[in-house]
Design a protein around this ligand. Sequence first.
Ligand SMILES: [Fe+2]
Length: 421
Amino acid sequence: MRQKLFKPYLVGCALAAVVFLVAAFAYQGFTFDPRLIVFLILLLLNAHYQIFSVDGSRSFAITFPILFPVVALFGPAWACALGFLGTVSLDELDRDKLVLAYNQGAIGLSAGLSALAFQATGGIPALVVSLPVAVLTYSLLNHGLAMLVFYLRADQPALKWTFILNVFKTLIPSVALSAFFYFCFYHYDILGLFGAYFLFVVVRSGALLGHLETNYRIALIRSLMRAVHAKDPSLMAHLENVADYSKRLAKACRYPFWKMPILIEAAYFHDIGKLEINDSILKKSGRLTPEEYSRMQTHPTRGVEFLKEVPLPPAHKPIVENIAGYHHERYDGTGYPRGLKGEEIPLEARIVAVADTWDAMVGERCYRKPMPIPDAIAELRHVKGTQLDPVLVELFIELIENDNRSVHAVRSVTHRPMHVL
Ligand SMILES: [Fe+2]
């Protein structure tokens, strides 16, 4: 039944827009202002160069902010007409004509009704109220009509109600940008409109570069993690646990919050040098020979060398390399690879060292069962000040003792973490 309504619904929306357009022109009269052509060109440019985010959805759209001066100054008929004509991109021309007609009709109708709502709530003299009402009307209609399309289409999953919440998430920026375009056009006419659009494109390009960089880095980390998992699933589990413990300990010791995402990312990389260690050593079930042990001890330096090849942002590099390179330094200066002592060891490396040691003790190892929590706590106390930072050890123990959930989670660990070497 739903499916049968799909096509009539698309036709209905397109027709409703045409009826609205004719009725609105009949009511307000057909007065053409040549500046409307400029709006049309900007809208078409904007539609064609619309930016899509990685999940395929449109990044923050500025269709309405560009259209808003038309809504406010030229009335519902022109708002509907420009919404209808100005939002089609060249790429969309070869798609199903019925879907295209619906899309344009839905935007035209939303724009026209938004202009009506704008007038009904006081128009330009009451901009503080009428502008947010216009933005909300446009967005809610646009989203609501789209939700119905997904509901009626059998081959697509229905959109969740949270979809409509996006309207409220972007309400403030939409209102601000609409006001910005309106005032630029109102005070500086066409020049102001172009200026506002140019400024937006510059700002958006900058934001887009940052967005692309982040996506690229996340994709890179994911592929590295896939490689780690393929080599040894238990090493992957160890990296995940260490990242989680490190995050909690870093929070407890008031590690700067702006560096926290980098620390978590870096904790995942702390044993990345083990990718270059032979499986015969890495997966050995018995104790390592001195030769194998010294081979294993090269993994921090190998990790740093490996990470030098990874294009990380400049702010991430020192933290990531500190953790990979120094997580086996000991507080008393007898660790490796450099024999750093006390606070010479970077804070983030000291944090990860505690997390790493803990996960190695409470997890099942190749050659022994997981250590009971009280014994592991006693062992941590035993090595504080020699192997590990004493202050961080006490903070970590406090964390484990106070956090029942984490104790439970630790007890349920069933994987086999790697040697802590
Ligand atoms: Fe390690």
